[in-house]
Design a protein. Structure first.
Length: 215
């Protein structure tokens, strides 16, 4: 490509945008997010799987803006709860639930249950305006503990104990967490294939037609 490729992250989350920009800084790519554009409709995340929601956000954003779009969907899957909260992780205790409310409901539902095995899962989708997409996944196994520990991170991080480090995700710094987390793994898989991805986008994206001005 003659000019840097633009990829839009289908989010307004600045921390997530900075994380992805830093990860892809050595590649000829310009990373933007939804704040770089005018208002566009919100996408309802009503899919049955993380893959459904990631693709829905990415493909909708790519179609509306006319450029490749990257989106992720992730959540906590608890073995004893048949995979819940899963795709409902962010709204487990209600549509506008806070992180502490979601964590409290999780502990309530796990009361007296010995099996505390759980996994964080993430699916990343890169879509183009025509609807074609590439998918990358990452997961991280851990154990749900009885009370929150740590003040870093967000969501269920204070309850998610990672045995290899002997800490919860909320007790890890950003670098430690990104090295082992579900999202970190998915993004690294994406980065490792980025040379191929750029070639794929070059073939898939429509080329602007140029016309000479006639007097």
């Amino acid at each position: 490509m003659d000019t840097p490729l633009t990829i839009v992250i289908a989010t307004r989350n600045q921390n997530k945008t900075l994380e992805i920009r830093d990860l892809l800084k050595d590649f000829p790519i310009t990373i933007k997010n939804l704040d770089d554009f005018g208002p566009i409709p919100e996408v309802e995340e009503d899919g049955e799987t993380f893959d459904d929601n990631a693709y829905k956000k990415a493909s909708f954003t790519a179609r509306v803006l006319g450029v490749p779009a990257l989106a992720d969907d992730s959540g906590l899957c608890v073995e004893a709860l048949n995979g819940a909260p899963g795709v409902f992780s962010a709204r487990y205790a209600g549509e506008n639930a806070t992180d502490p409310e979601n964590c409290a409901l999780l502990l309530k539902n796990l009361k007296d249950i010995k099996n505390r095995n759980a996994s964080f899962k993430c699916v990343i989708s890169l879509a183009i305006p025509t609807g074609a997409a590439l998918t990358y996944e990452g997961s991280c196994d851990g154990v749900i503990i009885d009370e929150p520990r740590g003040s870093n991170g967000f969501g269920y991080d204070p309850l998610f104990y990672f045995p290899d480090f002997g800490k919860t995700f909320a007790q890890l710094n950003r670098e430690e967490k990104s090295h082992v987390s579900h999202r970190g793994k998915a993004l690294r898989e994406f980065r490792e294939e980025l040379d191929k991805i750029i070639k794929w986008l070059d073939l898939q994206m429509p080329v602007e037609e140029k016309f000479a001005c006639k007097e």
